[in-house]
Design a protein around this ligand. Structure first.
Ligand SMILES: NC(=O)c1ccc[n+]([C@@H]2O[C@H](COP(=O)([O-])OP(=O)(O)OC[C@H]3O[C@@H](n4cnc5c(N)ncnc54)[C@H](O)[C@@H]3O)[C@@H](O)[C@H]2O)c1
Length: 311
């Protein structure tokens, strides 16, 4: 049994990762989460050990890290807009928190750390497809905090012989994302609450949408490898917002779903999608879910979740 600690494991990606690993078997899973964004009740079906605590609290880390072999670090202040309004809080959780975790991992002899980073928010407006060799130019404190974390992962690998890697996630969608502000979650929530769908710009903006089940398999593959450095995890293809809307209309069975187009938002990246060749060659990352299939499963989950919450 591989002993693994997942920080932020009660959040969207974390719950999907716990579900995936427990279905595969062979892992003893612990989760450390302060429940600022996630909730432990979503972990109940999977028998993971849950510890309520903050990654900046050394006592909580000491308890959580005792006897672990691998850490998957997902805990973060994940809200980009909030990071613009409150950059200090974002810095504290994402930079200081990641540093505290690495320091404690080193003290406990936990050498394998796989951490969640981000694609678009780190690189800014650069020609797509984006790749790992591009010079980072974050547009918001959130991206800056992830870049700083990547720096410490690199330094702890080189200076202390640890094996740390950063996985730059693209736009992740899937079951369990009701609390998220991502475009897929936002569209589905607007539909469920009979509110208007607004697209800023003409809908030609493109993003790289990756189904969460493909992401968590990529995290598992990275965990099992010795890969260090930075790796992009995405679908490897662009989808425009207008193409996404067509899929939304199909999976929700609302062919006439109206959309209002408003002006482009200042500072928004127009087109970003990622080259996944490096992750493919380092740990065989190969996303399999088509966007229509992943979106259909996500809509089914949102529909059921909303129905239960409303009743
Ligand atoms: N979802 C995406 O599209 C996406 C894209 C790029 C990167 N990421 C990164 O992936 C990781 C997981 O994202 P997610 O979508 O599951 O986010 P999420 O907000 O659903 O989950 C984050 C979890 O971290 C916990 N947390 C926050 N601060 C903490 C602290 N100080 N101590 C302990 N726990 C704390 C929250 O309670 C929550 O359960 C994050 O690091 C995020 O930045 C996500």
């Amino acid at each position: 049994m591989k002993r693994i600690l997942i920080t932020g494991g009660a959040g969207f990606v974390g719950v999907n990762l716990v579900a995936h690993l427990s279905a595969l078997g062979g892992y003893r899973i612990s989760v450390l989460d302060d429940e600022s964004l996630g909730e432990r009740r979503y972990l109940e079906p999977f028998g993971a050990r849950f510890m309520h605590g903050d990654i900046r609290d050394r006592k909580a880390l000491d308890t959580a890290l005792d006897g672990q072999e691998v850490v998957v670090h997902l805990a973060a202040d994940t809200r980009v807009i909030d990071s613009i309004e409150n950059p200090r809080r974002n810095f504290d959780v994402n930079v200081v928190g990641s540093y505290c975790l690495l320091e404690a991992c080193r003290a406990h002899g936990v050498h394998r750390v796989v951490a969640a980073s981000t694609g678009g928010a780190i690189l800014g407006e650069v020609p797509a497809p984006v790749h790992e060799e591009m010079v980072a130019c974050p547009l918001a404190p959130y991206g800056a905090s992830k870049l700083a974390m990547e720096g410490y992962l690199s330094a702890f690998s080189a200076a202390y012989g640890m094996k740390c890697c950063a996985l730059r996630f693209s736009n992740i969608y899937g079951p369990g994302s009701f609390h998220k502000g991502s475009v897929v979650a936002h569209f589905f929530k607007q539909i469920l609450t009979a509110k208007e769908l607004v697209v800023y710009g003409d809908g030609s903006q493109a993003r790289d949408f990756l189904f969460v089940e493909d992401l968590v398999e990529g995290i598992r593959q990275a965990m099992g490898s010795d890969a260090t450095g930075v790796f992009q995890l995405g679908s490897g293809r662009p989808t425009t917002i207008n193409e996404l809307l067509e899929i939304v209309r199909a999976v929700t069975n609302r062919p006439e779903l109206p959309v209002r187009y408003a002006g482009f938002r200042a500072g928004e990246i127009h087109v970003t999608w990622c080259d996944i060749a490096k992750a493919r060659s380092a740990f065989d990352f190969s996303p399999r879910t088509s966007l229509p299939d992943g979106m259909a499963r996500t809509w089914e989950w949102f529909h059921t979740y909303y129905g239960k919450a409303a009743s």
